[in-house]
Ligand binder design. Structure first.
Ligand code: NAG
Ligand code: NAG
Ligand code: NAG
Ligand code: NAG
Length: 556
């Protein structure tokens, strides 16, 4: 009898962990993705909902949790999610970009399986297909540290709030897509929303957040928008910055913070002011006529409305650059390091490759395109990752069309832009330096999937090797998104220690859709399972590999 029971327990254990690594806890989600009509800016429009909600559910994980998300695509178009900033170690199969995955066909489902590791912090997910992001479909991801590893805060927050801010269009994603497909820009956003709502500060909104006097709260902000940097601030309160995209930082106080496209930060706010309502304010930056949205923070013992006077946003980008320079990694924080092999001494590692990326805008056959080093990326119908896995990449794309160094033609001369898959081969485990040089008049923001990188410098002007003297080689923050100011450059450094195919993209949805992205292919030379997982059994197949026999899998 005892033996039998023991046997049963074993079987049950095996079943529940069969799909995932080790015995770490599993968080399971079932998401129904549909269209619905809501009015984020007061005008009814078609929005992408997850389980009838926008923003979608928060994935609230703890380090080492296995996340299982079964996505039912009930839209009329193929669909994918990406988990922006989650490193997907050895597992670019779960990245959910059109270079790594076939989209989930309408009316069917696909289950993502991934593990969140030692990236203790704030991230978000969003749709990567067909400009779906313009219709919403995004939500927050928080990763907590395990009970035994304390977070480096003086005060444990009484509660925490996710605050997804984004610019917003009242046109549908299909309308906006028509603009882009016909060669036009999608124009200026119509407004800004906070957690799906465009509060106007007229005292008529329902409170969105509630604080008990004397207590401290964590606000996790992400800019999930499409075009604009956003400044956030709270009437009467300062914010203590504690975390950026999975790194604990030196805890400075700020009146307001610029959050560029794709970025996430956490702040602590203490409810130590007069008991009444206060407005959380989000406004677009670097735009002629800024959009502003507010939401109400209510003290639980509050007895009065918020003042109608909004704290002002900073002006110009020099302010923003100065703020960037104040961000420092907390070297003594006890939480886990973002890179496993001691690269927090990144300043002492020799650079093996320098890649300088210049963003440009131009036209091809009269249509607007955006490029990196003269190449405007086009997704092949067979995803790049699958073409590599099946060994048919020669039929689908050419590696290394783009050079590591590039200088666009000066003045009004037309740049020759190549339309093709932009896939750059990189050597697994190399330590690389990537320079973003922005010769344009608008602020850019770039994301690299699969890695965290050290944001060692942003400066006006052009980059040259002499500028390395100005790098912060000690305590630059390790994160996954970096902004580049007009006529400026930014430098990042990272170890390419995660084998797979990784997207480097403009966070501007329009630029990304019209080609301002590329893929780094960091292949494990031995097809070794220790370096990279095999294609999952449930992977959606498409393009020329659809009916091909499965290739020999990676092995140990
Ligand atoms: C998220 O997870 C943390 C850690 O397990 C927990 O303390 C917190 O209450 C959770 N938050 C929500 C909204 O479920
Ligand atoms: C689709 O959902 C069903 C029911 O939950 C599940 O059994 C199946 O594995 C899912 N399919 C994929 C490809 O994930
Ligand atoms: C860094 O983290 C430690 C705890 O790990 C904390 O005591 C210290 O105050 C933090 N330093 C700064 C400058 O924020
Ligand atoms: C880095 O390069 C220098 C000069 O080429 C060399 O002396 C040094 O040993 C290298 N350091 C490491 C850690 O490889």
């Amino acid at each position: 009898m005892e033996k039998l029971r023991f046997g049963l327990v074993l079987i049950v254990l095996c079943l529940s962990t069969s799909l995932v690594k080790g015995g770490d806890p599993i968080l399971t989600f079932e998401w129904k993705v549909t269209y619905g009509t809501i009015s984020p800016l007061g005008v009814p429009q078609q929005v992408i909902l997850i389980n009838d909600k926008f923003p979608g559910p928060i994935i609230n994980g703890t380090s080492n949790n296995n996340i299982v998300v079964n996505v039912f695509n009930q839209l009329d178009e193929p669909f994918l999610f990406t988990w922006n900033g989650i490193q997907q170690r050895k597992n670019s199969w779960q990245e959910g970009t059109l270079g790594t995955n076939c989209p989930i066909p309408p009316g069917s489902n696909f289950t993502y399986h991934f593990q969140v590791k030692d990236q203790i912090g704030s991230f978000f997910y969003y749709p990567t297909t067909a400009l779906h992001r313009a219709a919403g479909g995004y939500g927050g991801i928080s990763v907590h540290s395990r009970a035994l590893i304390p977070i480096p805060f003086d005060i444990n927050p009484a509660d925490e709030f996710f605050v997804l801010v984004s610019d917003w269009y009242t046109k549908s994603h299909t309308q906006l897509r028509k603009f882009l497909d016909s060669g036009r820009s999608m124009g200026r956003p119509d407004g800004i929303i906070i957690n799906g709502k465009g509060g106007k500060g007229d005292g008529k909104d329902e409170p969105m957040f509630s604080m008990t006097p004397g207590k401290t709260y964590r606000y996790r902000f992400c800019n999930a928008g499409m075009k604009d940097s956003i400044n956030v601030r709270i009437q009467g309160h300062t914010m203590k910055l504690v975390e950026m995209e999975g790194s604990h930082v030196v805890q400075n106080m700020y009146d307001s913070l610029d959050i560029h496209l794709g970025q996430c930060v956490s702040v602590l706010v203490t409810a130590d002011k007069d008991p009444k309502d206060y407005l959380l304010v989000a406004s677009t930056r670097f735009t002629k006529e800024p959009h502003t949205a507010t939401s109400i923070i209510r003290y639980t013992n509050g007895n009065g409305p918020a003042s109608p006077e909004l704290p002002k946003a900073p002006i110009g980008w020099a302010w923003s650059l100065n703020q960037f320079r104040s961000f420092r990694w907390n070297l003594t924080a006890s939480a886990a390091r973002p890179n496993p092999q001691g690269s927090y001494h990144y300043g002492q590692i020799n650079i093996t490759r320098t890649i300088k990326l210049v963003n440009t805008a131009g036209t091809v056959d009269g249509k607007l395109r955006y490029a990196i080093n003269g190449v405007s990326h086009v997704n092949p119908t067979t995803p790049i990752k699958l073409a590599e896995y099946y060994g048919v990449e020669d039929k689908i794309f050419k590696y290394d069309l783009m050079k590591d160094e590039y200088e666009p033609p000066a003045g009004k001369a037309q740049e020759k832009i190549t339309l093709a898959p932009n896939v750059v081969r990189v050597t697994y485990r190399n330590f690389v330096e990537i320079i973003f040089e922005n010769h344009e008049k608008s602020v850019q923001s770039f994301h690299l999937a699969g890695y965290s990188f050290f944001t060692v410098a942003i400066e006006p002007g052009k980059w040259n090797p002499e500028k390395r003297k100005n790098y912060n080689l000690l305590d630059a923050v390790s994160r996954n998104t970096i902004q580049v100011y007009p006529n400026s450059w930014a430098a990042i450094m990272t170890t390419l220690d995660n084998a797979g195919l990784w997207n480097l993209r403009s966070n501007s949805v329009e630029r990304q859709y019209l080609g301002q992205q590329l893929y780094f292919s960091a292949l494990s030379p031995k097809r070794d399972l220790k370096d990279e997982y095999n294609m999952p059994d449930n992977d959606v197949l498409c393009g020329i590999i659809k009916d091909m026999p499965l290739p020999k899998p990676y092995s140990v």
